[in-house]
Design a protein around this ligand. Sequence first.
Ligand code: CA
Length: 224
Amino acid sequence: MRILLVEDEPMLAKSLKFQLEKEGFAVDLCNNGDDGLHYALEAVYDVVLLDRMLPGIDGVTLLKELRTRGKNVPIILLTALGSLGDKIQGLDAGADDYVVKPFAFEEILARIRCVNRRPRTWEESLTFSFGDLQMEPNGKLLKGPGGSCELSKREAELMEAFLRNPGQTLPRETLIVRVWGPDADVEAGNLDNYIHFLRRRIRFVKSTLKVTTQRGVGYRLERG
Ligand code: CA
């Protein structure tokens, strides 16, 4: 899962990034609102952790800007202001959740899990693509130069993870959490089976892309 962290307090930013990465998240860190807006608009994230008081554009303005431009990524506001009015203002601006500083890391983790469990209506119109492959998450249809085929739910989730992170090695744990959820009891061979199914689908639509095994780490979708 990819997280954008927009936080200007160096100690807090560093420690949050470190702890999130330890949990297996990929984290991009911005220390001001302008960079935060740029990153949030350019890349695809699963969650944005957004400080409210920032140099440059402040958190609430950034949030409104993203929503105005149709970015529906889940956003959790981090803030030192804890009054009811501020919470309402943040939620009205389009935040999915709100955490008051100081917070325990476990609380942030719980909130991230929670916003990710909500139905992902914002993704329904999104098409993921890389090279000669295309996938519509809604119809779970995988398209390549030689035709198309329908994916099962788990195959589609796996494919989505690869298409969101093309050319990047995705650790086995990340893929398992992505497809089966954080609390699932999954045997290691299950993931390998699904990778095998996915490779067959990719060959079936005559794509030149390949899912390669990164020994001891995970898998990567790359150009053949
Ligand atoms: Ca701040």
